[in-house]
Every structure is written in C-alpha cells, then in structure tokens.
Design a protein around this ligand. Structure first.
Ligand code: HEC
Ligand code: HEC
Length: 158
C-alpha cells in the first residue's frame, strides 16, 4: 500500500465514523421528540399514557387472564383479520374498565396510605393475576378450591 492509498483509506474511514456519529445523534433526537400517541377511547387509563406503558398493561391483562387481545378487542368491520382497538363492541372490554378502576381503588385507598415514607410513586400491590391466576373467569379455579384445601397440611405451618 503506498502513502496515497493509506491517506485515501484514512479519510474514507474518517467520513464513515463522522456519518456514524451523526446517524446515532439524529436517531437519539428522534426518540426524544417523538410525539406522544393520541388514544381515541380511554375512559379509565390516563390520556397521556405512553405507547410502551399502554402495551405493557395490555400484555399484563392478557397474561393474567390467559387470553389474547381479541378477548377484549372486536375485529375491524371492513377487515375482520385485524382488531379494532378503539371499538367498545365487546362486553369484556367494559367489564375490564370496572376491574381496572377497582384494582386502582384498592391500591390507592387500602395499600398506598399504609406504606411507610418515602412512598413509591405507584404501588401495584393488587393486580389482575392475583385474582385471575391466568383464567378469564376466576370461578374456574375457585370451583377447585376443595381440592386445594385437601392439600393443605396445618402441621406444616408451625
Ligand atoms: C382483558 C381485556 C383486554 C385485553 C386482553 C387487551 N385489552 Fe387493550 N384495552 C382494554 C381496555 C379496557 C381498553 C380501554 C381502557 C380505557 O378505557 O381507559 C383498552 C385499550 C386499548 C388500546 C387503546 C385504543 C384507543 O385508542 O382508545 C389499544 C391500542 C389496545 N388496548 C391494544 C391491545 C393489545 C395490542 C392487546 C393484546 C396484546 C390488548 N389491547 C389486550 C382491554 C383489554
Ligand atoms: C379482587 C379480585 C379481582 C381482581 C384484582 C381483578 N379481577 Fe377480574 N374478576 C374477578 C372475579 C371474581 C370475576 C368473576 C365475576 C363473576 O363472573 O362472578 C372477574 C371477572 C373478570 C372479567 C369477566 C370474565 C368473564 O368470564 O366474563 C374480566 C374481563 C376481568 N375480570 C378482567 C380483569 C382485569 C383485566 C383485571 C386487572 C385490571 C382484573 N380483572 C382484576 C376478580 C378480580
């Protein structure tokens, strides 16, 4: 390799590095300035909830109840292979609004005030899975309660 080639290669690498840095910087800026999504039909969750937080909650509900998104979200009218997340056509979505309000209220009134300072900003002490155990209708496992009690051995508690 002669001196000129080394120089050309060197400046080429320099340009690659500079572009790399610029690319990195602008993608960072995008992440900061990305506008918040505007949700169309939130009645209990905060209007300004981020996409990540909303999706985290939706995954949590699905796992807690052992269901898919389509358990609460109806299919789109014009394209039934996709879901219409804004629609309130399914009763399970409305029941869930009550469940979210109930869970928040229990945490807000009966857990949060009794935690020592400094209080965590949000105490998720009661949640869906605690009652649902991975089924939509808790009666499914409650009907097995007698079997659970037969397994309980009081002497092991001592
Ligand atoms: C157990 C019921 C339930 C399940 C399962 C569920 N959701 Fe939801 N979803 C809701 C409820 C209830 C709301 C409305 C909350 C409110 O009114 O504040 C909602 C709202 C939404 C919204 C906001 C729509 C808008 O603009 O108003 C999106 C998007 C969404 N869900 C996506 C999903 C996805 C994706 C899944 C599957 C990973 C999912 N949901 C699973 C109950 C559910
Ligand atoms: C304190 C216990 C408790 C908590 C917490 C709770 N649920 Fe429930 N949920 C129940 C019970 C019990 C039922 C069944 C009511 C009945 O049919 O008798 C139920 C029913 C439901 C149903 C209707 C099921 C059906 O078959 O019709 C949905 C949907 C639901 N819950 C979603 C949720 C979600 C989502 C959360 C968390 C935000 C949640 N629940 C938190 C106890 C709870």
């Amino acid at each position: 390799m002669n001196k000129i080639n080394v120089y050309v290669l060197g400046s080429f690498l320099g340009i690659v590095v500079i572009f790399g840095l610029l690319g990195f910087k602008s993608s960072n800026d995008l992440a900061i300035y990305e506008p918040q999504p505007t949700w169309k039909n939130l009645k209990v969750l905060p209007q300004d909830i981020s996409k990540d937080s909303l999706m985290g909650l939706m995954d949590n509900y699905s796992i807690s109840l052992g269901v898919k998104c389509s358990y609460c979200h109806a299919p789109q009218k014009d394209n039934p292979s996709k879901l219409d997340f804004v629609s309130d056509a399914l009763i399970t979505k409305e029941i869930t609004r009550g469940m979210i309000a109930m869970t928040d209220e229990i945490n807000e009134n009966y857990f949060k005030p009794h935690f020592p300072d400094p209080k965590p900003k949000q105490v998720h002490t009661v949640n869906c899975v605690m009652c649902h155990h991975g089924t939509a209708n808790p009666r499914k496992y409650l009907s097995n309660m007698d079997k659970v009690y037969q397994m309980y051995k009081p002497e092991e508690d001592k």
